[in-house]
Ligand binder design. Structure first.
Ligand code: FAD
Length: 497
């Protein structure tokens, strides 16, 4: 095999390998990729179903146009990688609820996730605290119980709400595998093909396996940012107003090297004023964190979690801006830890165990659904006949602007407060595309309502409702929006009996 390869000197080989990732342009264009690339380029074999084992690729052809400001891609045939009853995009708290519920209701389920683990902000984002899950039944209760049973004393004393992300990663994989969910990690949804009649034909992903299509009867967008629905042409909103001002992102971190008894007054679970104390300690030491309410949590045996960073004005859909925010925020976390170490005892051995692989995104697109939850709904304590869950978490708008200020109405809503309210099933149904549901932070609502319903203790029951409704709609030969929550539940009861 080796003898047949073209001879390349070592220096040249390095160049060829790095340039081979470039797209091979059309016939009139320059060919990138050196000798090995040339072998592929001149090959008469047109690959439509690449053999992934052999490293074959579905090649990209195209031509630069308009003074090299665009590249016109040549039409190509994409293999259909999988067919399922229900396809869930995004395996965060909402996607887990959706995939498990649909699979347990008897549907074949394909779960597509871009990260290398299940859990979204819970795990890849190193969150460590589940808010709003304590009053929920179903899958949320099941996860909290398992986290409490398997976790540390802290997990036990908080009924699973303060958890170890590694335990949760494993638990979610076990639950999904056991339920028969087909999982594909490291795979990003990049397109949705619609038929022009408010229906989705397929979604498109990109991964190491190249570009692939996936076909399903029902789709659930749990991508947090509403990627699937936006690609399907659904209407959506971003941020507070036309300027799309969003809540800041945050880089989470795990720390070690401190003794719990010596820093207990700074630990969030030990009192509401712990954050203010920790902030004062930082300020007195000349540290000015970008998040002025730093949160330190004790997870277990010398491991802590820290949230002390805010990245302002970063659009959730701009990869370049997210990259800059990631680099900036990771640097800030390390600088703060170094600053704390300089205080001497008990901080002198403080060290970063890990920063999150994914910076935590609080807000992306909110997809327009068949119900639009408003801040006023939360103030008046919305009751809805098709409520999938009831919740009471307050308006939690992290300062939108770097100077610590917020849009004017935030003050009004905070003062008015949240009365326990319902999340209506129609808020989980795309208004513009049939057979498409959403769950988690991308459901239909305004900026203020989103700041409350987005927490993970709500995302899971939303996902569970979307999964169950999708499965029930298939079983009954109707569209999800034609079902009430009572009908979905009675279907679920029948299945169980
Ligand atoms: C820093 C921070 C702190 C927070 N603190 C708390 C807290 O203490 N407690 C709490 O309960 N909530 C908290 N929240 C809110 C909560 O984490 C989110 O609102 C919640 O995770 C929403 O769940 P989700 O499943 O909708 O989205 P996510 O958790 O964002 O999950 C979305 C998933 O979709 C995947 N994905 C995205 N796009 C694609 C694509 N195109 N193709 C394939 N996969 C894709 C992502 O990788 C991710 O796994 C916090 C959020 C942040 C950012």
């Amino acid at each position: 095999m080796k003898e047949n390869r073209p001879q390349i000197n070592p220096g040249r080989r390095a160049f060829v390998q790095s340039s081979a990732i470039g797209a091979v342009l059309g016939a009139k264009s320059i060919l990138l990729g050196g000798a090995w690339g040339a072998e592929q380029a001149t090959s008469s074999k047109v690959i439509t179903q690449p053999d992934l084992r052999k490293g074959e690729v579905l090649r990209t052809q195209g031509e630069l146009a308009e003074k090299q400001t665009v590249l016109r891609e040549t039409e190509r045939t994409i293999p259909v990688a999988g067919k399922s009853d229900v396809l869930v995009c995004g395996a965060g708290p909402a996607g887990i609820g959706a995939a498990l519920a649909a699979a347990r209701a008897g549907a074949s389920v394909q779960l597509i996730e871009v990260a290398g683990c299940l859990g979204g902000v819970w795990t890849a984002g190193l969150l460590t605290k589940i808010i709003g899950g304590g009053n929920k039944s179903g899958i949320m209760e099941e996860i909290l119980t398992a986290l409490s049973e398997r976790g540390s004393n802290v997990a036990k004393s908080t009924a699973g709400e303060v958890y170890d992300p590694e335990i949760l990663k494993l638990l979610l994989e076990e639950l999904c595998v056991e339920a028969g969910v087909r999982i594909q990690l490291h795979t990003r949804l990049v397109g949705t093909v619609t038929d022009g009649q408010k229906r989705i034909v397929a979604i498109i992903t990109e991964s190491k396996s190249g570009r692939q299509a996936w076909v399903a009867d029902r789709y659930i967008d749990c991508s947090g940012d509403g990627d699937l629905a936006a690609q399907a042409g659904c209407n959506f909103e971003v941020g507070y107003d036309r300027n799309c001002e969003c809540q800041p992102m945050s880089m989470m971190a795990l720390l070690t090297g401190i003794n719990t008894s010596e820093v207990s007054k700074y630990i969030r679970e030990n009192g509401a004023d712990a954050k203010a104390r920790f902030y004062k300690l930082m300020q007195d030491s000349g540290i000015n964190p970008s998040y002025r309410a730093p949160t330190l949590r004790h997870l277990h045996s010398g491991i802590y979690s820290l949230m002390t960073n805010h990245e302002y004005g970063v659009p959730a859909t701009d990869a370049g801006a997210i990259t800059e925010a990631t680099i900036r925020s990771r640097k800030e976390v390390h600088e703060i830890v170094q600053g704390l170490r300089k205080l001497g005892k008990p901080w002198q051995d403080l060290a970063v165990v890990a920063t999150a692989e994914q910076i935590g995104v609080r807000e992306g697109r909110r997809i327009r659904g068949r119900y639009y939850i408003t801040g006023d709904d939360l103030v008046s304590g919305l009751r809805h006949e098709s409520a999938v869950c009831r919740t009471d978490f307050g308006f939690d708008v992290h300062n939108v602007f770097p100077d610590g200020s917020n849009p004017a109405d935030v003050k009004h809503y905070r003062a008015a407060g949240v009365k326990s309210y319902d999340i209506p099933l129609p808020a989980l149904m795309a208004a513009d595309v049939d057979g498409l549901m959403m769950a988690g932070r991308c459901i239909s609502g305004d900026f203020f309502a989103h700041s409350s319903y987005r927490v993970t203790g709500n995302a899971v029951p939303m996902g569970e409702a979307a999964g169950l409704t999708s499965a029930a709609s298939l079983q009954n030969g109707v569209m999800p929006h034609e079902l009430t929550w009572a009908e979905v539940q009675s279907y679920s009861r029948e299945k169980k009996s």
